[in-house]
Design a protein around this ligand. Structure first.
Ligand code: PEP
Length: 286
């Protein structure tokens, strides 16, 4: 997939209007999360990776929540080696409670093994597995009903990005994905803005582009609920995040964390991402 640098550079924050960055009174605790997808290939590798990531979280790590979304079969063993330093979540869930859904995993199943975070709406689930906004909404509602937290992924394709449709695509996905979600449950909701053109491509959005979409998403949430509620919801950026990009992304006022795919499979890279420098890459290291 070829993404013209010129189109990235031409895409300015002005496309989305002024930032709605909240005042510091609305400080949101950062959340850095990893998505292992269909990796690693063995339990031994998974545990080595999990142990390494946990050991990168030290007393000098910023005040941050860390979550790893891992394949179902590794959830319990991963939990057992991370010493409570991070949450171990599921990469998805079947929105049905029980019955004839071969291969499905229900919310009560994963809740019963201690899971508290579940991913929904990842672009790979939308594109490869055909999950619709309607299905994703059913997942979100079921996850919240079960008392767990959901990270709802949204984001536009390359064609939509180039047509200046990022804001409207995110608005649609937010409104459909969160349909029927009660305001009082939103403290268990995080949004991951993941432009599809940035996932797994090495083409990370610039901090300015990501910030402008995040601000727009916060405006949309304010319209759906209210400004105070919108200011409390964590909006993460996802798409080719690496140690080289995390600091400047986290320096943006509406970027509250990251959802990291490829780099979450590397202890050194994910360890550095967790230990980001909120002041940006030009500031002295922590
Ligand atoms: C992801 O899978 O959500 C993701 C952002 O992947 P990557 O970091 O590899 O682009």
């Amino acid at each position: 997939m070829k993404l013209a640098l010129a189109s990235l550079l031409a895409y300015t924050a002005s496309a989305f209007g002024p930032s709605t960055a909240p005042p510091s009174a609305h400080a949101r605790k950062p959340l850095i999360s990893g998505n292992w997808k269909l990796n690693p290939q063995t339990k031994e590798e998974a545990l080595t990776l999990a142990r390494g990531i946990a050991s990168a979280i030290t007393d000098s790590t910023p005040d941050v929540d860390v979550a790893l979304f891992v394949p179902y079969v590794f959830i319990e063993s991963t939990m057992s080696v991370v010493g409570g330093k991070l949450s171990v979540g599921a990469e998805g869930v079947c929105p049905h409670s029980n019955g004839a859904y071969t291969g499905g995993i229900s919310t009560s199943m994963i809740k019963s093994i201690g899971v508290d975070w579940v991913l929904a709406g990842h672009s790979e689930r939308r594109e490869i597995f055909g999950e619709t906004d309607y299905y994703i909404n059913a997942q979100c509602l079921k996850i919240l009903d079960e008392g767990m937290s959901v990270m709802l992924c949204i984001g536009e394709s390359l064609a939509e990005f180039e047509a200046d449709l990022a804001g409207s695509v995110c608005a649609t996905q937010l409104k459909k994905g969160l349909k029927g979600v009660r305001k009082e449950d939103l403290d268990r909701v995080a949004i991951a803005y993941e432009p599809v053109w940035a996932i797994g491509t090495g083409k990370v959005a610039t901090p300015e582009i990501a910030q402008s979409v995040h601000a727009k998403c916060r405006d949309i949430l304010a319209g759906m609920y209210d400004r105070e509620t919108a200011n409390m919801i964590r909006i993460l950026y996802g798409g080719s995040v690496t140690p080289d990009s995390i600091d400047d992304l986290m320096a943006m006022p509406d970027i509250d964390g990251a959802l990291v795919g490829g780099a979450s499979l590397d202890i050194n890279k994910f360890g550095r991402i967790v230990n980001f420098n909120k002041a940006g890459s030009l500031a002295p290291a922590n």
